[in-house]
Design a protein around this ligand. Structure first.
Ligand code: UDP
Length: 422
């Protein structure tokens, strides 16, 4: 190991690599295919850096104009490697470019004069990179799945050609990585039931910024966004993807008892690129809004920036997460941190974050009437909304702050790094 690698006072290496081939931690969030994984990697990287780690986050270059390196804060940077054409490539098409990603990473280490003793890989594509690197150097591999092929393919009509490869790699990764980080007990249970009984899993949830979310009151947020104080605001934020269940939400709002109320507002936030895949879903959703005669009640503000998002969450009476499946669901804890109750599908990690009748409600996925009743229950009862909102905030403070999550991850890394220090 080169002497340029930082060493903690306890003699332990503190340099680690987070690998996120398709989820660039330095891009703006909300557009096509940029979502929770990008946020997770960036926030984990920055929070670990604040704890004294040297964090390099590797991703593939998806645009010739992108900088090769982005410094986020002292000790945390994004490094973009060439891996196939410097253009957007759908995650189902990236696999063939991964050998180039590995050789670029090896060349980077050689140029810099050190080797990473630990990598934390994200999503199955990066897990392959981590497993491949292990053939070249001593390395501890931590892995977060973000999505499991076996669960995803059970919920989509068209199975892509890459599915068999993905399923094999996800199983091998569970059985061979030094530690798998599951973000909820539900995700761990899915790994065991769908992938393998072998392998080491530890549960460390996703986190959120408890200072940024929850700093503004509902009244002030509505003033800023010019939303009337007596409006009934239902909020969705996220990618436009059929699996996010936005159609269920729109149909549920169309059945609301407040439908005739001029003050009912449905805000559907999230980005799309003209002509992009998510643009098609957005057009489809806009069509349903028109068909159901909801256009007067509905806004599509597009991608909502980091700065504006806390205002939207705080302004809402209720945030709805109607996904068909969600391994964790960052939106849920962002809303909860903002003291806004969440109505979510009764699936995956949403069963972990939302406490029914304490911080919100869980409804079977795609159950339009169920979502409609749940939304109406919160809209009809502001004291209940406030009670659940306060309890939601408390739950996030105790369980889902990035600082707490980074401390747990740092401890996990330290435990595995000991074997690399003399
Ligand atoms: N997001 C955002 N602006 C948008 C849309 C989404 O900042 O316009 C963020 C949102 O705040 C959350 C992430 O994208 O942090 C979505 O993560 P989640 O886990 O809910 O869903 P995923 O995208 O991973 O399916």
């Amino acid at each position: 190991m080169s002497s340029s690698s930082p060493i903690s006072p306890h003699g332990q290496q503190t340099r680690v690599a987070l690998i996120s081939v398709h989820g660039d931690p330095a891009v703006e969030i909300g557009a096509e295919e940029a979502g929770g994984q990008n946020v997770y990697v960036r926030q984990v990287g920055e929070a670990l850096a604040r704890l004294g780690w040297q964090v390099d986050m590797f991703t593939r270059k998806a645009n010739p104009l992108q900088a090769e390196q982005v410094q986020h804060c002292p000790g945390c940077r994004t490094i973009r490697l060439t891996s196939g054409p410097a253009e957007f490539v759908s995650r189902d098409e990236i696999f063939d470019y991964l050998p180039q990603f590995v050789s670029e990473l090896l060349a980077f280490q050689q140029r810099e004069g050190f080797q990473y003793p630990l990598v934390h890989t994200n999503y199955w594509l990066s897990s392959w990179v981590g497993m491949e690197l292990k053939n070249h150097q001593p390395l501890a591999q931590m892995h977060t799945y973000h999505s499991l092929g076996a669960v995803k393919y059970a919920n989509v009509p068209n199975i892509p050609a890459i599915a068999t490869t993905r399923l094999e790699i996800e199983k091998t990764c569970l059985e061979t990585a030094d530690c798998i980080v599951a973000t909820s007990p539900q995700e761990e249970a899915h790994m065991r039931s769908h992938l393998s009984s072998l392998g080491n899993i530890q549960i460390i949830p996703c986190g959120t910024d408890i200072d940024r979310y929850g700093a503004i009151t509902r009244t002030a947020a509505r003033q800023k966004l010019r939303i009337p104080q007596d409006a009934k605001v239902v909020f969705y934020i996220g990618r436009f993807d059929p699996r996010k269940g936005i159609e269920t939400l729109v149909r549920a709002v169309a059945q609301s008892q407040f439908r005739a109320d001029d003050n009912l507002q449905l805000i559907i936030g999230g980005g799309s690129r003209p002509g992009g895949k998510d643009g098609l879903e957005r057009d489809r959703i806009e069509g349903i809004v028109q068909d159901l005669d909801l256009a007067n009640h509905t806004q599509f503000p597009g991608r909502i920036s980091n700065d504006a998002l806390p205002d939207y969450y705080a302004a809402a009476d209720v945030c709805v997460v109607p996904s068909h499946y969600e391994p964790f669901g960052l939106v849920t804890i962002e809303a909860m941190a903002s003291r806004t109750p969440v109505i979510a599908s009764d699936v995956g990690g949403l069963q972990f974050t939302v406490l029914p009748h304490e911080t919100g409600l869980l409804v079977p996925p795609k159950d339009v009437a169920g979502f409609s009743r749940a939304i109406d229950q919160v809209l009809a009862d502001p004291p209940l909304r406030d009670q659940w909102g306060q309890a939601a905030r408390k739950r996030v403070e105790t369980t889902f702050s990035w600082q707490g999550v980074a401390q747990q991850l740092g401890q996990l890394y330290s435990d595995h790094l000991r074997q690399f220090t003399p």
